[in-house]
Design a protein around this ligand. Structure first.
Ligand code: ADP
Ligand code: MG
Length: 591
């Protein structure tokens, strides 16, 4: 057995053995913990990893519960069909809500989920068809072939098997092409789009998955209780789910269970304890939870699970994720234009920030198999021009052609697909992810497998190909020793080199490098220059912004000089070095 499977195996053993030790009361409680953990798992993915907050998950739980409650009692439909209907309806509703809210910025989604949570809650309570506030009783027991799942103990196994499968699916997903796209949502949207990731789609995917796990939990709940009413699906419960995810460790799959366990246990104890202490009955635990939530967000933002992880690593340093990569042949490559072909044509591009003309009628071109250097003092507008070309921040005027096609109206994603790739002056790596995974994001467009395939591990061949490609590019830039290190642990200079590997992983014909040599030592700069020469010899076109003049002049075939957003000069390195205008502007005059 591989060491990384150990936690799962242990977990399964504990789950299997637990019913022999637990009292009926404990089993009942554990069932709820499992149901809550299923919802929290969705939130770990949505909020912890995707960075999208939802307070409305309880409404999706309610949807799953009410669909089966209604259909099975009123129309006698089989619970299993109801599960499908419930999931279908959830998908549809979540899609509509997501479609409206996900494209809006930051806090619209949480607000919308609150609104949606409240309105569905009142709908459950006010529809006569659904029994109003008294709800629906007489929901049939679940039956698997001839096994009627009636007792809490029987239900226990069903709930925990479902939870375990869901956890495995989420883990598989996160460890894949689609998963890396999802993990880029928090803080890496611009970068991800530049490598062809459809980030709105990735957001929608996590939103739908979270809604579905909630609905499954609701379906199980209805058949466990055999009765539903609106109370457990209120906004309060929605907030409690979020609380569980936060307490457990919002970025960790296992955190969902930890959070559900701790919050449920704590609530139980507090409900017994607080009214006695305060001499009054009431839901005082809610106040306690509110305060705890604030404290945790302030001081233990990463939750229980990361504490447990840190402890575990101290006891037994875990290197099991440094698993050898599955061998895989090279990925298919695009055919590169012949040396000398004009790849990029920038014509009179302008870009304004309010009154500031950051680029004014800037023109330049880059050919296959050449290094074109773009130089100029700080604030001249070089990075702005990069952003115009790669559509990170599109131009206000002018024309940009790539491979003879106008691209100035295209999205970053579409431009990436055509073979342009870039690095960022302010490094945009996902700091927690390994160097390997960061570089694999560069190869996003060279794979196709999506969320479902990843969850079911049908993506292994493709995944091996993408990771092997990433590893090859990392080797090419000389960072193999850091393959499995978190990108954020590298020195800034090396992080820039990781950015180059990531750009190369996309198999580009044009590379835009924004100050790649900044922060490098002399030897490292030489290695970088060597690499760029090799790429040039392979007929890749390179547009390079760099301040180190020795580096630039020793490498570039042509140079464009910018000042105050405008082109000051263009020519061979020798000509530029002797151009009095350039010397005056760039070097502040010469003797
Ligand atoms: P360079 O890369 O040549 O050092 P930049 O392109 O980063 O220069 O910046 C050019 C000018 O545009 C600077 O004056 C900078 O302050 C301004 N600028 C760049 N990006 C923005 C932005 N997003 N909003 C407002 N001003 C910006
Ligand atoms: Mg810059």
């Amino acid at each position: 057995m591989k060491r990384r499977h150990l936690p799962i195996v242990l977990f399964v053993l504990v789950v299997l053995a637990a019913p022999y030790f637990l009292s009926d009361f404990r089993i009942a409680l554990t069932n709820y913990i499992g149901l809550y953990a299923l919802v929290a798992l969705g939130l770990v993915l949505l909020t912890g990893i995707g960075g999208l907050t939802s307070f409305g998950q309880a409404a999706f739980v309610g949807l799953g519960a009410y669909v089966t409650a209604y259909l099975s009692t009123v129309h006698g439909v089989s619970p299993w069909i109801n599960l499908l209907v419930g999931l279908g309806l959830t998908l549809l509703l979540a899609y509509v809500i997501g479609f409206v809210t996900l494209r809006m910025s930051g806090h619209f989604l949480p607000l919308a989920t609150i609104a949606w949570g409240i309105s569905l809650y009142y709908l459950f309570g006010n529809l006569d068809m659904l029994g109003g506030n008294t709800g629906i009783s007489g929901i049939p027991a679940l039956k698997i072939i001839s096994w009627e799942i009636r007792s809490e103990r029987e239900f226990y196994y069903l709930i925990w098997v479902v939870l375990l499968l869901a956890m495995l699916a989420v883990r598989n997903l996160l460890d894949s092409r689609a998963g890396r796209a999802i993990r880029a949502l928090k803080g890496g949207v611009v970068m991800a789009e530049s490598f062809g990731v459809n980030t709105p789609r990735a957001k929608m995917a996590v939103f739908l998955i979270a809604a579905l796990t909630a609905a499954i939990s609701g379906w199980l709940y209805a058949h466990l209780q055999r009765f539903v009413n609106p109370t457990p699906f209120s906004l309060t419960q929605g907030i409690e789910f979020l609380f569980m995810a936060v307490v457990g460790g919002i970025g960790h799959v296992w955190g969902a269970i930890a959070g559900a366990l701790v919050v449920t246990e704590l609530k139980q104890r507090l409900q017994d304890l607080l009214p006695g202490l305060l001499g009054q009955s009431g839901n005082f635990e809610i106040i306690f939870f509110g305060i705890a939530m604030v404290l945790i967000l302030q001081w233990a933002r990463h939750g229980l699970w990361s504490l447990i992880l840190r402890l575990a690593r101290r006891i037994a340093p875990n290197r099991s994720w440094r698993r050898p990569l599955a061998p895989s042949g090279p990925l298919p490559r695009r055919s590169l234009p012949a040396s000398g072909t004009v790849l990029l044509e920038v014509k009179e591009v302008s870009k304004y920030f309010g009154g500031l003309a950051a680029n004014q009628k800037m023109s330049l071109n880059v050919k296959a198999g050449e290094v074109m250097a773009l130089i100029g003092p700080n604030g001249a507008g070089k990075s702005t021009l990069f952003n115009c070309i790669s559509a990170v921040n599109p131009a206000d005027g002018g024309e940009i052609k790539f491979l003879d096609e106008r691209i100035d109206a295209l999205s970053a994603r579409e431009i990436a697909r055509r073979g342009m790739s870039r690095t960022f002056q302010h490094v945009r790596l996902l700091q927690q992810m390994t160097v390997l995974e960061n570089v694999a994001i560069g190869a996003h467009l060279r794979g196709r497998r999506g969320v479902l395939a990843a969850a079911m591990r049908l993506n292994r061949t493709e995944e091996a190909g993408l990771l092997a490609e990433a590893a090859r590019q990392i080797e090419r830039v000389g960072l193999t020793e850091h393959l499995f290190d978190p990108a954020g642990s590298l020195a800034l200079g090396k992080q820039r080199i990781v950015e180059i590997a990531r750009a190369l992983a996309s198999d580009p014909c044009l590379l835009l490098l924004d100050e790649p040599a900044a922060g490098l030592r002399h030897m490292e700069k030489q290695a970088l220059a060597e690499l760029l020469r090799k790429l040039r010899a392979e007929d890749i076109g390179i547009l390079l912004v760099e301040h180190d003049m020795d580096f630039v002049m020793g490498l570039a075939d042509r140079v464009v000089v910018m000042e105050f957003g405008e082109k000051l000069a263009e020519g061979l390195p020798q000509e530029i070095q002797e151009n009095p205008l350039v010397l005056e502007a760039y070097l502040g005059g010469v003797e």
